[in-house]
Design a protein around this ligand. Structure first.
Ligand code: PMP
Length: 404
């Protein structure tokens, strides 16, 4: 383990122990290790309490009715929009809007369906990622196909990647960007490689006039995400991966390039209990300190990546191999690691690991261009959150070592 990771884990041990104790599902199952937070995260008691509180004190519909519970629910939803902006460090909250969704997939699709077509004219170009999550590819291709049926031809270009690191390639991006480029879709942290995709360099490459939509599913809730430093037009995330209830997520949109973001005509009943859980989750994360959440999970990932590297003959780590890559401004592995056993199929390895109590994801992880993630195609992904411990990593590494 690197000295940096070592020091971080020692420094934050007491803080982490107190936080881990707040996850009822974790403390109730001491023999099980949840390692699938990138799919959906476990919930601290404060989030569960907030939902119980809301449903037992003021449950009603939002934006309808004028009795106290209805008013309280309307305020809950309106205040939650401002809460999301504050959590994301929005420097100009008066110029932005927040729309609640069921997760990142619905959020990206909403941008593609309800905003993008009005930005595009015949002959325009969009740049989208072909090797990120399918949720950040399909909606853009669907929008292109819809426009084509209306006689508007939009060219889709592939966001270029660097082969060695898996990061985007800003120089190649600058070369394919032209006067007809209107829009770029990118991802903040890659859900298979764990790489920070350095999206500020996407803005540098395309210049100030192109709209950028950022899939922040794997960064919000894991590290301090500051809109002030990102310079994007849309940021989409899943509340349920940031400790809130299933069926939660949001689109943050800034009025700058193109039409106003006005999602979907008539709006039905929002997920009010989910929105209450999202507010509680963001409060909890802020209180815990997203910078410390980041340091803790990055240090654990480092422990795991380094342990896997020592078993290189048996395990192949996908993406960037170094973890706390000292001095590397290019790439830093976040809170997840994907790897393959050179002799055991990923699905089989997932079953073996569960027989030892580890709950991992083992398939193609919905990565675009990876088919269904069938035998031989997938990998095991270990993804962490604040309740995970160095002891769990040691136990996992010992189990993996026994399979050499
Ligand atoms: N984008 C990324 C990068 C993801 O990791 C995920 C979830 N695995 C999604 C999008 C989809 O999120 P959701 O399931 O909340 O719609």
């Amino acid at each position: 383990m690197t000295d940096v990771a070592d020091g971080t884990l020692a420094e934050l041990a007491g803080w982490q122990r107190a936080l881990r104790a707040q996850f009822p599902i974790v403390t109730a199952h001491p023999d099980l290790v949840y390692l699938d937070s990138a799919a959906t995260a476990q919930k601290p008691r404060a989030v569960l309490d907030a939902v119980h509180d809301y449903l037992t004190t003021s449950n009603a519909n939002a934006g309808r009715g004028s009795y106290p519970w209805a008013n309280a629910t309307t305020s809950l939803v309106e205040d939650a929009r401002e809460r999301v902006k504050r959590f994301l460090g929005d420097p100009e909250p008066e110029r932005s809007s927040v729309h609640f969704t069921s997760g990142t997939t619905e959020g990206l699709r909403t941008v593609a369906r309800d905003w993008l077509p009005d930005l595009l004219a015949d002959g325009d170009e969009i740049v989208v990622p072909f090797h990120d999550h399918q949720a950040n590819l399909s909606p853009w291709l669907e929008a292109r196909d819809l426009l084509a049926r209306q006689g508007v031809a939009v060219r889709v270009r592939e966001l270029p990647y660097q082969a060695a690191s898996g990061d985007y390639d800003p120089a190649a991006l600058a070369r394919i960007t032209g006067p007809r480029t209107r829009f770029v879709a990118a991802t903040h942290v890659h859900h298979v490689y764990g790489a920070d995709m350095n999206v500020h360099r996407v803005r540098e490459a395309v210049g100030p006039d192109v709209a950028i939509c950022l899939d922040a599913a794997q960064s919000v809730g894991h590290l301090p995400v500051s809109l002030a430093g990102l310079d994007v037009d849309f940021l989409v995330f899943s509340g349920h991966k940031a400790l809130a209830l299933p069926g939660t997520g949001a689109v943050w949109a800034r009025r700058r390039h193109g039409p106003d973001f006005r999602p979907g005509g008539w709006r039905g009943t929002p997920n009010t209990a989910g929105i209450a859980s999202l507010v509680a989750a963001l409060d909890w994360l802020e209180e815990a300190g997203t910078d410390r959440v980041e340091r803790w999970t990055v240090a654990l990932t480092s422990l795991l990546t380094d342990g896997l590297s020592r078993m290189e003959g048996t395990y192949e780590v996908l993406g960037c191999r170094t973890s706390l890559a000292a001095g590397s401004p290019v790439q830093r592995r976040r809170s997840l690691v994907s790897f393959r056993h050179r002799g055991i199929d990923a699905q089989d390895l997932g079953f073996v690991l569960f027989s030892h109590g580890f709950m991992v994801r083992s398939d193609g992880h919905c990565q675009a261009g990876r088919g269904g993630g069938g035998a031989g195609d997938g990998s095991v992904r270990v993804s962490l959150h604040i309740h995970n411990t160095p002891e769990e990593m040691e136990r996992l590494l010992a189990t993996l070592a026994s399979l050499q």
